[in-house]
Design a protein around this ligand. Structure first.
Ligand code: PHE
Length: 371
């Protein structure tokens, strides 16, 4: 046997015995790599005499080919064996239902905001927004809130350490009422002080320094504002009644307006909804005068104070209106039966799964008001 055949057989044996792909690669480099034994032999062909080359050429090339072929077929055999082993251990039952993909849900607060927008859109209201970082003037002063009002106290309101360029204190808005101010001022500016009717709701985040089972430092309110000519408390009451009945999807809900006080409305009324008890659970609506029935406060409201209208650059002798402010989280709790407000903002996915709404199958209020 020639040297070349011995070399070839050495590699063929090694290839046969190789345990895995790494071992094969090591053999390939040793034989056929740049400095591999067979590669170096091939290089010697150049220095041979033509006769010698005639004899050695086919032998060396044959050895190279044999080793290359053996490497390829051994590699294929290894891959087939690996696949067979995998198929033997992994069984796929194609009759099982497909695993469901994780999917998000609509948070009850977002759901209720959408419902509010839908109900009030049917009544001709548009949706307005305002900044959550407000200044003292829009949040308090323009709303006729006196310097001594407790809501202005440091322990109730989150103030920022810096003031703005004009020296005005900045704060996280404590209610959505500054959106009233911003909208009325925009209207006054756009109409050169003449004014025009305004019908808006303004849902959004609000902040107070409060925390227990029914209060979180951040919560949600919806503001309502109507400015028009000849508006009176009757309009306010009808609007709220229509809203509450559409929202809770019952026609037998009664409202009770209790005299109250807000600096930015005069007269002011707190609004209660009647509840009754069905199967041990409080239900909005039904006979609130029955034994277990009663009243539950849901919002604050009133006729917009002339000072507020004037502060915004409109003439209170021409324009009147009503406003209301209502906690959205509380509306969600009452409608969908949740009892701890803090869970709304914990971000627990189990809670979100349970109380959230399917984005592709959101219950709507069957056409809204009047449907
Ligand atoms: N801004 C009031 C609050 O947060 C609610 C309110 C709004 C009352 C509009 C009357 C009119 O308590």
């Amino acid at each position: 046997m020639s040297d070349i055949e011995a070399i070839r057989d050495k590699y063929l044996e090694q290839i046969d015995a190789a345990a895995d792909g790494d071992a094969l690669e090591t053999i390939r480099l040793a034989a056929l790599g740049k400095k591999g034994e067979i590669s170096l032999l091939l290089k010697t062909l150049g220095q041979m005499s033509p006769d010698e080359r005639q004899e050695q050429g086919p032998k060396i090339n044959g050895a190279r080919q044999a080793v290359a072929d053996a490497l390829t077929s051994r590699k294929e055999a290894m891959e087939t064996a690996a696949l067979d082993a995998k198929l033997a251990t992994e069984k796929l039952d194609l009759t099982l239902p497909a695993p469901s993909a994780p999917k998000g849900s609509i948070h009850p607060v977002s759901q209720v905001m959408d419902e509010l927008a839908e109900i009030f859109a049917d009544l001709g209201f548009s949706v307005a927004t305002g900044p959550e970082i407000e200044d003292d003037w829009h949040n308090f002063t323009a709303l006729n809130i006196p310097d001594t009002h407790p809501a202005r106290a440091m322990h109730d309101t989150f103030y920022f350490p810096q003031t703005d360029d004009s020296g005005m204190p900045k704060l996280l808005r404590t209610h959505t009422s500054p959106v009233q101010i911003r909208t009325m001022m925009d209207v006054a500016r756009q109409t050169g002080g003449a004014g025009e009717p305004i019908y808006l709701i303004a849902p959004g985040r609000t902040y107070r320094s409060d925390s227990d089972a029914t209060h979180t430092p951040m919560f949600h309110q919806v503001e309502g504002l109507v400015i028009d000519k000849g508006i009176h408390m009757g309009h306010l009451k009808w609007t709220l009644e229509t809203f509450v009945r559409a929202f809770f999807e019952r026609d037998d809900i009664e409202l009770r307006l209790r005299p109250s006080y807000f600096p930015f409305t005069e007269p002011s009324a707190e609004v209660d909804v009647g509840f009754s008890v069905e199967k041990g659970r409080r239900i909005i609506g039904g006979d609130s005068r029955s034994n277990e029935g009663g009243w539950m406060e849901i919002l604050g409201s009133g006729m917009v104070h002339p000072n507020v209208i004037r502060n915004c650059g409109l003439d209170p002798d021409v324009w009147q209106g009503f406003a209301f402010g209502c906690g959205i989280d509380r509306l969600a709790m009452l409608k969908y039966g949740m009892d701890d407000l803090r869970a709304f903002f914990d971000g627990d996915l189990r809670w979100a799964d349970h109380y959230g709404f399917d984005a592709l199958d959101v219950p709507t209020l069957s056409g809204g008001v009047g449907a």
